[in-house]
Ligand binder design. Structure first.
Ligand code: ZN
Length: 158
């Protein structure tokens, strides 16, 4: 259990260093009250999503990690391309490209949010965000202590 934290954000360059930067960023900002198994899953998912964003989308590529609820971690990868994430099956020899399939397998919940492609100040802003939530799939019943925390993100797949 942990107190939900403010999101940590990193902008990564659109090149092959981004996967390594993403893993390093997660290790630095990981809240250690979560299972280390989730950190391993998070690294895998972040690497895949960032690789997808770098290969198929474009700048700006932003990463975000945030504790959202008891035992829940929200990972977000934003990029400059409004098209949905690429879901083609990768060549077996290819190290990346399985992003969306892995996200479906490993995350508890995931989705895509679209944004206004141009920021209010005219600078380029991310066009979409692929987010996924990690945590226990079958939470044990927790004694109620008066009211549920509302989901600040309000985002649900479809
Ligand atoms: Zn936490």
């Amino acid at each position: 259990m942990c107190v939900p934290t403010p999101a940590s954000t990193l902008v990564v360059p659109v090149d092959l260093s981004s996967g390594r930067l993403a893993r390093h960023f997660l290790e630095e900002h990981w809240c250690h009250q979560h299972s280390s198994a989730h950190l391993d899953q998070a690294k895998l998912l972040f690497t895949e999503l960032v690789t997808n964003a770098v290969r198929h989308a474009g700048p700006p590529v932003l990463l975000q990690v945030e504790c959202v609820e008891t035992d829940g971690v929200l990972l977000s990868v934003s990029d400059g391309d409004p098209s949905p994430p690429v879901t083609t099956v990768a060549d077996p020899a290819d190290l990346g490209g399985r992003g969306v399939h892995l996200v479906e397998l490993l995350s508890r919940d995931w989705g895509v949010r679209h944004h206004d492609p141009v920021g209010a100040d005219g600078e380029s802003a991310p066009a979409k965000t692929v987010w996924c939530r990690l945590g226990r799939r079958d939470p044990e019943p927790v004694p109620q202590r008066g009211g549920h925390r509302t989901d600040r993100h309000g985002a649900r797949p479809l």
